[in-house]
Ligand binder design. Structure first.
Ligand code: AMP
Length: 120
């Protein structure tokens, strides 16, 4: 899948759409999900143009990957969910219901989150 420069997260990165920012550095932006599924629901995105986790893992530089990984745990700690626990989700492709084709990790916490996936 090629990168769609008009996806909603690309527009947030360009400042065309507002977001409720949680964190930013040279490589990473994080903001609160517009439809939160838990008391803490933050989306972490790389500033580079990557469609999904697979694209990011294959093409991002070591510096981008290190910054992103460190940012995720830092943001979760700053959100106050490190002690109580949290879940990281990254959807890739149709079966996962990925809606936005710019790589992102959801940080979910602040309540018991139940099972990882709905049982069949
Ligand atoms: P996914 O299904 O993993 O692609 O999730 C995309 C997420 O982006 C959903 O949880 C949406 O609620 C969230 N979302 C979509 N548009 C916005 C926006 N403008 N600001 C914040 N979150 C958004």
């Amino acid at each position: 899948m090629s990168y769609d420069t008009n996806n909603i997260f690309a527009r947030i990165l360009r400042g065309e759409i507002p977001c409720r920012k949680a964190y930013e550095d040279d490589h990473v932006l994080a903001f609160h999900d517009i439809h939160p599924q838990a008391p803490t629901h933050i989306l972490v995105i790389p500033k580079g143009s990557y469609v999904s986790a697979a694209d990011f893992g294959a093409k991002a530089s070591d510096a981008e990957i290190a910054a992103f990984t460190r940012a995720v745990s830092r943001i979760a700690a700053e959100a106050g969910v490190e002690g109580s626990g949290y879940r990281l989700i990254s959807n890739h492709g149709a079966d996962s219901h990925q809606e936005v084709p710019h790589y992102h990790v959801h940080i979910l916490g602040g309540r018991p989150l139940g099972r990882l996936v709905t049982p069949l």
